[in-house]
Design a protein. Structure first.
Length: 422
């Protein structure tokens, strides 16, 4: 139960922060946000304020921001739809009820024959079942529509749609989600640093050497700086540990700065097995910093280290061949969360930081349907100085969605086999 609650909270925070980035940028850009949803599936509760409907949905796996005119926003009313129209004193439509779950005694029953809620803002139809006369109604610019599931959202006139703002504002709106994840990663790491009291400096300087370790036997001491491993520069603790771990049982040459002199130290990292993989270990610990500035700096260095690890993994996928075991979906993330949940709050917060950075970077991969794919289309439009034809953009997006769905199914099934089927 602890693992499930932790997973829901962590996943929920990641999604809310990501989607809030899109929401805030869209609002500031003049794009109508019709709905901000936390969760997916059936609606539990909804609240409307300032032209946006905020919904909490049943499945705590994801969420979305529904922007007017975006490809995932479908506001078209099909001919033949039975509805109830609420009119104001000027006989303008202020609410269109298309749901059988909602009843308004003051509404006029109308079978809609034609509706334009984007440009002309009119509805045509048969009032009270009288098909002998087609009646035409003007629709207020800020009218709402009650959809089939009972959710009331704003209609989406052309002037508040996504495509009506400049390409630069759309680019910022698409980037804002991943950007928020980067901010969350840094803030979470800073919070964890203050909870820990002292943190690694992130440099190549040693804080200590374990007694009887490979490092001690080779003559390494606290405060030494390891400048390179086998000629590869190690300017950070992340690159230092990575180069040591990549050489289990192999002879390595360290370039070490000790005091005011630099010398070469040769040693062989001890081989350690973990999760079926071999790693090199020499028994060193990082230099610690307990200052306020050091803890704030840790938020940036930890996040930067995480990003380098993610880019390294993506690079290996491209250069070394794709392996589905290198990917994890919600099932894999749940399995990792269940392990982290038992190790304490600090590790949960650091895990959240890592996941947030991962989500931000992966979302910027230029695949259609991801934020990176949308930004790429924005860049192409900016270069061409004219919009990409809608039919081409739709096809590109559909292909991207198809690839992502197939990949998600494959990754989820692979995660189930890896973590739950013995």
């Amino acid at each position: 139960m602890t693992a499930i609650i932790t997973f829901i909270i962590v996943f929920g925070i990641l999604v809310i922060v990501h989607e809030f980035g899109h929401y805030y940028a869209a609002k500031k850009s003049g794009i109508l946000v019709r709905e901000f949803s936390v969760g997916m599936g059936p609606k539990i509760v909804a609240y409307r304020k300032n032209h946006t409907t905020y919904t909490l949905r049943l499945l705590p796996l994801g969420g979305y921001v529904r922007m007017a005119g975006a490809q995932e926003d479908d506001s078209e009313i099909q001919p033949g739809t039975m509805s109830s129209l609420v009119l104001n004193d000027d006989d303008k439509v202020t609410k269109i009820i298309t749901s059988s779950k909602v009843y308004d005694a003051n509404a006029v029953p109308v079978q809609i024959s034609k509706a334009d809620l984007v440009d002309d803002l009119v509805i045509e139809g048969y009032e009270n079942g009288d098909e002998s006369v087609t009646k035409k109604y003007s629709v207020d610019h800020d009218a709402t529509i009650v959809e089939e599931d009972g959710t009331e959202v704003q209609i989406a006139p052309r002037d508040v749609q996504l495509q009506s703002v400049s390409v630069w504002k759309r680019m910022i709106t698409n980037f804002a989600g991943p950007f928020n994840n980067f901010i969350l990663a840094i803030v979470a790491a800073i919070i964890a640093a203050f909870m820990m009291g002292s943190v690694g400096t992130g440099t190549n300087q040693l804080g200590g050497v374990q007694s009887g370790s490979v490092a001690q036997k080779a003559g390494l001491k606290a405060n030494d700086k390891i400048l390179s491993v086998n000629g590869k520069k190690t300017n950070s603790w992340a690159t230092l540990t990575e180069n040591i771990q990549n050489n289990p049982g192999k002879n390595v040459t360290l370039n070490v700065e000790s005091g005011h002199k630099t010398e070469q130290v040769k040693l062989t990292p001890k081989t350690v097995k973990q999760s079926g993989q071999k790693f090199g270990m020499i028994g060193i610990t990082a230099k610690l910093d307990s200052s306020v500035l050091g803890k704030i700096k840790y938020g940036f260095t930890y996040s930067w280290s995480t990003s380098l690890t993610i880019f390294h993994a993506l690079g290996k996928m491209v250069s070394g061949g794709f392996n589905i075991n290198q990917l994890s979906g919600p099932v894999g993330i749940y399995s990792m969360t269940s392990k982290v949940a038992s190790t304490g709050l600090i590790n949960i917060i650091l895990f959240t930081s890592m996941l947030s950075m991962n989500l931000g970077i992966v979302n910027l991969i230029p695949i259609p349907a991801l934020d990176g794919g949308k930004i790429l289309l924005n860049i192409v439009e900016a270069i061409r100085r004219k919009p990409i034809p809608e039919q081409y953009e739709n096809v590109i997006t559909l292909i991207g969605v198809g690839i992502l769905v197939l990949l998600m199914v494959a990754v989820t099934w692979n995660d189930i086999q890896r973590f739950f089927i013995k």
